[in-house]
Write a protein that binds this ligand. Structure first.
Ligand code: NAP
Length: 332
């Protein structure tokens, strides 16, 4: 497994990380066999994936509980854990984010809130530190909580040894610059798939120039780019794919047509469509770390092979051109 540094933190991580949102289950993903989820995390480690990502809000704490169960059976220093703060459903502070499963979820990046989040995460996972601590979503109202205040608290957590590296997620360039001016930011986590490449224009060049890792989430568009959705699939109410641009009527077919055109590539490299798309992400830049979700052994065993695919530069560019044509046809 190819290793890449996490920013300037000194931490080396596998270039592919395991996402544990689906492991949280609930309305977004449907409930899981938790023992299978624990086995999936352990299998990921055996296959060389040493970075596992979760968040306080995934399954309203359930994802962290399952990660905690997996942690009990392995030496703590074998695994890099990232989790996220600033999304809360405990009080009325902060800005409304969404309502789910009866919880009014709010964004709150105040020092007090993120400190409470960290203590809850540590307790839930049964550990005394997290390796990477992300702010999950940024203030809707710019400056409502100044980034310098949030960052000040994160830096205190780092001095205390409770977190090893600071990350931010779902940022724009202005917010990213605010973080870097306030302290050492090592990583950002942003949505990026071959069909949705927004961070490529501004965020990626900034990361490259400033020694920051760009961890890309939903690289296979929540399973779509594994080629598993029928053209007429309609996401159930409340499920994670509901309302997502590429899962709308018409767009699944456009994506499937693009994927059908890569049959010769899956044959040439002896790999899956998911492997092609994950590898494509990692080839964007040495600053990229690819974060792909899995909750079954079969998924992680397939996905873990991705970075070993010797995808040529020519095929990388051909995939990009095919994706550009699909993006141009996307139904709004
Ligand atoms: N910071 C943020 O705001 C944010 C937002 C979204 C995600 N994330 C993080 O990024 C991670 C990954 O993103 P994601 O889970 O949204 O999307 P993703 O990685 O594109 O898709 C993961 C899903 O695809 C399916 N899958 C995975 N491997 C497969 C394979 N080899 N073959 C066929 N299907 C496969 C599984 O769905 P099924 O089990 O349903 O088949 C899996 O749960 C999350 O787990 C989370 O840690 C962060």
């Amino acid at each position: 497994m190819e290793m890449r540094p996490i920013g300037r933190s000194g931490i080396q991580a596998s270039g592919l990380a395991l996402g544990c949102w689906a492991i949280g289950g609930g309305e977004w993903w449907g409930d899981n066999d938790d023992r299978m989820s624990v086995e999936t995390i352990h299998r990921a480690l055996e296959l060389g994936i040493n970075w596992v990502d979760t968040a306080r809000v995934y399954g309203f704490g359930h994802s962290e509980e399952v990660v905690g169960r997996a942690l009990k059976e392995i030496p703590r220093d074998r695994i890099i854990i990232s989790t996220k703060c600033g999304i809360q459903w405990y009080d009325k502070n902060g800005e409304p984010h969404f309502t789910k499963e009866g919880h009014e979820v709010r964004r709150d990046l105040s020092p007090k809130a993120i400190r409470r989040d960290l203590e809850l995460s540590l307790k839930t996972m049964g550990t005394d530190y997290v390796d990477v601590y992300y702010t999950h979503w940024q203030c809707r109202t710019y400056g409502l909580v100044p980034v310098a205040e949030t960052m000040g608290e994160l830096m205190r957590m780092k001095e205390e040894g409770k977190i090893r590296a600071i990350g931010a997620s779902n940022v724009d360039l202005r917010i990213l610059k605010d973080y870097t001016e306030a302290g050492q930011l090592d990583v950002i986590q942003e949505k990026l798939s071959i069909l949705d490449r927004r961070p490529e224009a501004e965020l990626l060049p900034f990361c490259e120039a400033n020694g920051i890792t760009l961890q890309t989430y939903s690289p296979i568009e929540q399973g779509l780019l594994a080629g598993k959705a029928p053209d007429d699939y309609v996401p159930a109410k409340g499920e994670v794919r509901e309302g997502k641009a590429w899962w709308r009527p018409g767009n699944i077919r456009i994506a499937n047509e693009m994927l059908a055109g890569w049959k010769d590539l899956t044959e040439k490299y002896g790999c899956s469509l998911a492997n092609l798309c994950v590898k494509w992400n990692s080839m964007l830049s040495p600053s990229v770390n690819v974060l792909c979700g899995a909750r079954k052994l079969s998924q992680i065993e397939d996905t873990a092979r991705s970075l070993d695919i010797p995808l040529s530069r020519e095929d990388f560019l051909r995939m990009k051109a095919d994706a550009d044509r699909a993006i141009a046809r996307q139904v709004p």
